[in-house]
Design a binder for this molecule. Structure first.
Ligand code: DX5
Ligand code: ZN
Length: 228
């Protein structure tokens, strides 16, 4: 199986709604509201208590989501040795899988395995990990997620210092046709600077699912803030 390769956005920033802040007792309704609000993807934060302290969700949640939405499911693996779980998430219906290079001795192999499973393959970079971690991966890389918080929790403050990393990535991977997402602390206040720095995809949890104005309005507000 071979996935069609995603291309860099044509000026349209995409919004990924991270269900880490959703009410899991009403997950289908939360996702439907995000979809009505115009979300382009659902982001699933998988944490294993090893790579990061919390334990969150696994393939069963992805499989359940796959039954209630047609949006792409982006699975962010904050787990040690992610290669142990790639097949299970692909089978569950993941559209893309992001691994951390800090979590595996073999990021190139992990990305190749993801592609072989017919899923888009990405790298997520911790704030302390340089763009150069992707330099030798471009042949197997569909996207990069620049973390703008240290992974593990929703609702943390945006680390604006990571923004220049997006430009460094683009320079390092000149001619590469993948997309760059930014994950952590994204809100209507930080969306503009993130897009100006070159982000194609804004990944947000608390700004969408904890918004007092409701999920639909919150997605729309992010999209409005992302406009140049
Ligand atoms: C952090 C996760 C993020 C998180 C973002 O470890 O990878 O995807 O859901 O949460 P907010 O948008 O609240 O910072
Ligand atoms: Zn994430």
């Amino acid at each position: 199986m071979t996935a069609s390769r995603p291309t860099a956005h044509q000026g349209q920033v995409r919004i990924a709604a991270s269900i880490l802040s959703a009410d899991l007792a009403h997950l289908a309704e939360a996702v439907a509201a995000a979809e009505r609000g115009g979300a382009d993807m659902i982001h699933v934060d998988v944490m294993d208590g090893c790579f990061v302290p919390p334990i969150t969700m696994g393939p069963m949640i992805v499989e359940a989501l796959r039954r209630v939405t047609t949006l792409p499911l982006g699975v962010h693996l904050m787990v040690c040795q992610p290669e142990r779980h790639l097949e299970a998430f692909a089978r569950a219906g993941a559209s893309s899988l992001a691994v951390h290079p800090e979590a595996t001795a073999h990021p190139y192999r992990a990305l190749s395995q993801i592609r072989d499973l017919g899923v888009h393959a990405g790298i997520a970079l911790n704030p302390g990990t340089p763009a150069e971690a992707c330099a030798e991966l471009r042949d197997v890389l569909d996207f990069v997620v620049v973390m703008s918080v240290n992974p593990g929790y929703a609702g943390q403050a945006f680390l604006a210092g990571v923004l220049p990393k997006i430009g460094r990535l683009r320079a390092l991977l000149a001619g590469w046709s993948g997309w760059v997402g930014i994950d952590g602390g994204i809100s209507p206040q930080t969306a503009g600077p993130a897009v100006a720095a070159g982000a194609d995809v804004l990944i947000a949890a608390s700004a969408i699912f904890d918004a007092p104005e409701g999920i639909e309005m919150a997605v729309a507000a992010l999209r409005a803030a992302a406009r140049p």
